[in-house]
Design a protein around this ligand. Structure first.
Ligand SMILES: [Zn+2]
Length: 344
């Protein structure tokens, strides 16, 4: 069986003072933009290590749109990086610098490292483990009633609600932001937005880890709704009034995806139509009332988000070729047939 590989970038804090090198890198980048040069001989006088200078010349010299240099980083290519697997140390000899790699998952090689004042962004190639055999799926839905995500296992009826704090963070920052905006403090508004994004990202990391861990413990795969991308989802914001920004859920999905790959947990996507209106027990359309869901056909009563997550778990995936078609066709008839359990 062919092994799939993926590239992942890890952020590692370093304690080296790189201000001199970064200043030189900025000069090289400015030179590259001004002269459209890609020759390292031209920037030799600046004194940046040529292996790094070459990367920066390549990046800025070929970017026709680049006009100003912001946030320049030192780029070190893989050939100039050594990994000592015994001590788990990555050494960047051109900067006389060592990085601790003990927290990284096993990887094949280091592809590249980018460095700023504080952090090293280490990109590594990882061999994906073979996919686990699973009998059942758990469904993960973006939540509409105050959490980030709801996960349901229709096999056991168990439901997990994850990331409540995210909603509080969002509301708290929204109020402060509004006040600042009225006072015209735009710089502070932007800083606050960045801080909120960092907090949400951190929460998403924890939730995605939890979801993948639960899938492993339950020997399940993970099914999620196929989102059409961030732009299309903007239209839906009114109907997802209580949910956080779509980008935040999109980010969560990407995190779940790569964490699942690292552990060999299968991921599948389903068509998003009617996952919240359909009854997870009989498959007919029910009534959504606030946080509750009631089915007039079979009498099933459930938490609305739990019901939706069950539907996602039970729906055939798009990869199986029937997901979208099946939902669209039945939507025309005003009803949806009983979902069949995915058996892939
Ligand atoms: Zn029903």
């Amino acid at each position: 069986m062919k092994t799939n590989q993926m590239l992942l970038t890890y952020k590692v804090k370093h304690d080296r003072d790189l201000s001199t090198e970064l200043e030189k890198a900025r000069k090289v980048a400015e030179y590259a933009i001004e002269h459209r040069s890609r020759s390292s001989a031209d920037v030799k006088h600046i004194g940046l290590k040529s292996v790094i200078a070459n990367q920066i010349l390549r990046k800025y010299g070929s970017d026709r749109k680049a006009r100003a240099v912001t946030n320049v980083v030192l780029i070190v290519p893989g050939q100039s990086i050594r990994y000592h697997s015994q001590s788990r140390i990555i050494s960047v000899s051109c900067l006389k610098m060592n990085l601790d790699a003990r927290f990284l998952p096993p990887f094949e090689k280091v592809n590249q490292i980018e460095l700023n004042e504080e952090y090293a962004f280490v990109t590594v190639t990882i061999n994906e483990p073979p996919l686990r055999e699973v009998d059942h799926w758990i469904g993960v839905d973006r939540n509409t009633t105050g959490h980030v995500a709801v996960m349901g296992n229709p096999e056991t009826g168990k439901v997990w609600k994850l990331g409540k704090q995210c909603h509080h963070v969002h509301n708290k920052y929204k109020n402060i932001r509004r006040k600042l905006q009225k006072q015209g403090c735009y710089k502070e508004v932007k800083e606050l937005k960045n801080r909120e994004n960092r907090i949400v990202r951190d929460i998403n990391h924890k939730i995605s880890k939890k979801i993948v861990d639960i899938a492993v413990q339950n020997a399940c795969g993970i099914k999620m709704e196929q989102l059409d991308g961030i732009r299309n989802n903007r239209k839906q914001t009114s109907s997802f009034r209580y949910s956080l920004h779509s980008w935040s859920f999109y980010q969560l999905q990407r995190m779940i995806e790569y964490k699942a790959k690292l552990l060999g947990v299968p991921i599948a996507y389903v068509a998003p139509q009617f996952t919240s209106q359909m009854c997870s027990r009989c498959g007919l359309l029910g009534v959504r009332n606030g946080k509750g869901f009631t089915c007039p056909h079979c009498g099933h009563v459930d938490h609305a988000d739990a019901n939706a997550s069950f539907n996602i778990a039970l729906r055939p995936s798009i990869e199986e070729g029937v997901g979208r078609l099946y939902a669209d066709r039945d939507a025309c008839k005003g009803r949806i047939d009983t979902p069949q359990e995915a058996t892939s």
